[in-house]
Design a protein around this ligand. Structure first.
Ligand code: FES
Ligand SMILES: [Fe+2]
Length: 362
């Protein structure tokens, strides 16, 4: 039986503590949220040449995206039709075929089963019936998305408003060059991780360097249907000191832009030399979550500056991990009950929690 909030979410109540530890809630989230939404996979530039591939996990489902010899980008369940192993286990790269690491069933980049050892000895085996299962794919700017849901509305209809807002960053997303990936395995529920991202009420206490860089008195947050945005200018002090290579001259690069797409994908453009960091939050079990950060820069950005920005974002993330894991201890205590948001600062969390509540109760 699912615990219902005592203070309604409309009045600032949080989700009940049990929702962050319970297996039944977790399973409902996988089925009612992750199995239905458009889910971020990765950078379009990672699947631009024949043989390129990208993998991710949508809820609990492994997915692979390939660029075929015909240049067509396709998405499949990354689940072998033989006995169900993942076929590809690297995050991205180049391959001529997709050969399963278990018994070497080998699929073409278009998903068809090319060969399986000893298949000629197996009577009545029809390889054409055992290709990888295709799933829907769509693109939004530089990003690749997939969905397991045949009935999901077109991605464009959900994020139509987002692409013009991305222009505010004055970055050319198509020109971005991938620099590195960092992964963070956290002992916290995936919702704790997202909620932490959706407010900056904690920034003055928990992020001293961030607070020196971004003017928190001038921070703006906005809710759209399928995503939220929040952004703020750099502080005068940071401008004077050229913190993280922010300069007086380049007025287009003096703001932090954050985008958070329902349910688990965020991307940020920090002030200073052209940079974008993506943050994909992958639920593993009720008490464990993986955050995958990819760091991209405009081609002209020098290594030293890029490295400093990556380290800065990594530092903020390390500070956030401590917070999230600490919250999870409260959730696991079974004595938390329910929390109370300050809606003026935390209305993006309220909005997120209400979406979760609706999906889980459905
Ligand atoms: S599970 Fe993939 S070849 Fe056997
Ligand atoms: Fe934070």
């Amino acid at each position: 039986l699912i615990e219902q909030p005592e203070i309604s979410l409309r009045d600032g109540g949080t989700l009940p503590g049990s929702w962050y530890v319970d297996d039944e809630i977790f399973q409902r989230e996988i089925e009612n949220i992750f199995d239905r939404v458009w889910h971020y996979v990765g950078f379009r530039g990672h699947v631009s040449r024949p043989g390129d591939f990208l993998t991710t996990t949508v809820g609990l489902t492994p997915v692979v995206v390939t660029c075929g010899d015909d240049g067509v980008v396709r998405a499949f369940l990354n689940v072998c039709r033989h006995r169900g192993s993942e076929v590809v286990r690297e995050p991205f790269g180049q391959r001529k075929t997709l050969q399963c690491h278990y018994h070497a069933w080998t699929y073409d980049l278009d998903g068809s089963l090319r060969k399986a050892p000893r298949s000629e000895d197996e009577e009545g085996f029809d390889p054409s019936a055992f290709g990888l299962r295709p799933i829907r794919i769509a693109f939004a700017g530089a990003w690749v998305f997939v969905t397991l849901n045949d009935e999901a509305p077109e991605l464009d209809t959900l994020i139509g408003e987002m692409l013009p807002l991305m222009k505010d960053t004055s970055l050319d997303f198509d020109q971005l060059v991938f620099r590195e990936r960092r992964e963070y395995d956290m002992a916290a529920n995936w919702k704790v991780v997202i909620e932490n991202f959706l407010e900056c009420y904690h920034c003055p206490t928990a992020h001293p360097s961030f607070t020196k860089l971004i003017d928190l008195d001038d921070y703006e947050m906005e809710i759209h249907d399928a995503f939220s945005t929040f952004n703020g200018p750099v502080t005068d002090a940071a401008l004077q000191k050229n913190t993280y290579h922010v300069t007086d001259e380049d007025t287009s690069r003096q703001r932090l832009y954050n985008f958070a797409m329902w349910p688990n994908f965020m991307f940020n453009a920090y002030p200073g030399p052209g940079n974008v960091s993506t943050n994909l939050v992958i639920p593993i079990n009720p008490n464990r979550t993986l955050a995958i950060y990819d760091f991209f820069f405009e081609p002209h950005v020098e290594d030293a500056a890029a490295g400093e920005i990556v380290d800065f974002i990594d530092l903020v993330q390390q500070e956030d991990i401590i917070l999230c894991e600490s919250v999870q201890k409260g959730m696991r205590s079974t004595r938390f009950g329910q929390g109370r948001l300050f809606v003026k600062s935390e209305f993006l969390i309220q909005n997120f929690d209400r979406q979760v509540e609706a999906a889980v109760s459905h």
